[in-house]
Design a protein around this ligand. Structure first.
Ligand code: FAD
Length: 343
């Protein structure tokens, strides 16, 4: 049977592998990193639409077991005054869940392997060529693989995107950095995300059942250079944020009790003009990355995976399947990227 190659064992890659495998395809996933090496830093919410997509892949129970429920959103001013509060999720829907990115990737990888999908770690795609009959992949190690289809799920700095369109624009810095961390502070309800509108940053925190409080802060400013990112430590990040946040309020109390903190620049990728060419297609952040504001990156990647697997199952040929996939997805994901940028 001709092989479908998926590049990237992140959220989109593992999820699309599950969908394709359920359709009877032979799938091999190639991941540049080592097994268990997913970024342990950030945490994320899987929104109801993401949980619904996981249910279509029959992977929702595994994710539910590895995550905690998120039932309420609270927005307050820096002085603690409540601005807004609303329930998250519908009464009869699957609800929102939160977990680390690493945990989500680990669950999906384990689920893929349990179903017999091969994941090859330490294989970084460096080139791909297509002919009318096949696609030929070359990896950094010199290894070569051939198959009928290449799905690029290789993230915001996707190599597959530029293999499809060498003139593809690079990701855009959206004007803020994202700080996130893990704090020993306790006290908030465990099923609530609490946003605090500070003058210099938007702060968010989720109290966990057993691991203190997970927090993030989005602060406007120029992008940090490579050396600055590499030099940032928990101590330097806590000191920097303590300067930015209001003295004696909840965010600074949570940040100052951090046992680990990290910082990254926020990028997005809007209006990527070519998602596919010949036997290659990109999905997830490789095709449309949003800044973290709407909290939909993982859920959109999961929806993509379901939609592509269905389009390939139902389409008479690749060109028709790619076209119907793009029709189903482009407007929705671009609206999310634009909404996130405007927040
Ligand atoms: C700080 C932060 C907070 C966030 N918060 C949220 C949130 O609350 N909710 C939410 O839904 N989303 C959130 N996101 C976004 C979310 O993490 C991404 O949208 C999601 O991870 C995209 O999944 P992906 O599979 O497309 O890409 P990725 O998760 O980036 O996976 C890409 C994979 O491809 C591999 N790869 C790359 N290049 C190659 C290559 N050449 N060969 C082989 N493998 C390769 C990488 O190693 C990686 O494993 C957040 C992001 C950040 C940075």
């Amino acid at each position: 049977m001709p092989v479908t190659h998926v590049v990237g064992a992140g959220i989109a890659g593992t999820a699309v592998a599950l969908g394709l495998h359920a359709n009877g395809a032979e799938v091999v996933v190639h991941e540049a990193g080592a097994e268990g090496d997913a970024d342990a830093g950030a945490f994320l919410a899987v929104a109801e639409n993401g949980m619904a997509a996981l249910a279509r892949l029959d992977a929702d129970a595994a994710v539910r077991d590895a995550s905690e429920p998120l039932r309420q959103l609270l927005l307050s001013a820096a002085d603690g005054t409540e601005i807004a509060s609303r329930p998250l999720g519908s009464a009869d829907g699957p609800g929102y869940r939160y977990l680390t990115r690493a945990a989500l990737c680990a669950v999906l990888c384990a689920e893929a392997q349990r179903r017999g999908i091969e994941i090859r770690y330490g294989e970084r795609l460096s080139a791909a060529e297509t002919t009318p009959e096949e696609v030929r992949l070359t990896f950094g190690s010199g290894a070569v693989a051939t198959g009928e289809l290449l799905v690029g799920a290789d993230g915001v700095r996707s190599a597959v995107r530029t293999m499809i369109d060498p003139a593809a624009a690079p990701p855009r810095y959206v004007g803020h950095r994202v700080y996130y961390g893990y704090s020993d502070a306790v006290g908030e309800p465990v099923d609530r995300i609490h946003f605090v509108r500070e003058a210099a940053a938007t702060f968010g925190a989720i109290a966990t059942e057993r691991e203190g409080t997970w927090w993030f802060a989005r602060a406007f400013g120029p992008a940090l250079g490579r050396a600055e990112l590499a030099a940032a430590t928990t101590r330097s990040i806590v000191a920097e944020l303590t300067e930015l946040l209001s003295v004696g309020r909840l965010p600074s109390a949570i940040v100052s009790a951090s046992r680990r903190a990290l910082v990254t620049n926020a990028y997005d990728l809007a209006n990527v003009r070519m998602w596919h060419r010949d036997r290659m297609i990109v999905i997830g952040d490789a095709a449309h990355a949003a800044s973290p504001a709407t909290g939909q990156g993982a859920s959109m990647a999961l929806e993509d995976a379901v939609a592509l697997a269905e389009a390939l199952r139902d389409g008479p040929d690749l060109a028709t399947a790619f076209a119907s996939y793009e029709l189903a997805r482009r407007e929705r994901v671009e609206a999310n990227t634009a909404a996130s940028a405007s927040m």
